[in-house]
Design a protein around this ligand. Sequence first.
Ligand code: ZN
Length: 61
Amino acid sequence: MADMVRKCTQCGAVDRRFSWKSIADASGDAEYERPWTCSSCAWTEFELVSDEGGGAAPSQG
Ligand SMILES: [Zn+2]
């Protein structure tokens, strides 16, 4: 099952340093509440997305 990870709303970079089981799990979590800065473009706004492994190739198993 895919975890929820941060995705920069500016450049689309996915930040996998932290992940959560669900949006409900993220909300209220100390790390989620901390100010965040994109490591790629220094944007500060992100959305939570399902971490499905990234890349174009579908993962097996
Ligand atoms: Zn970014």
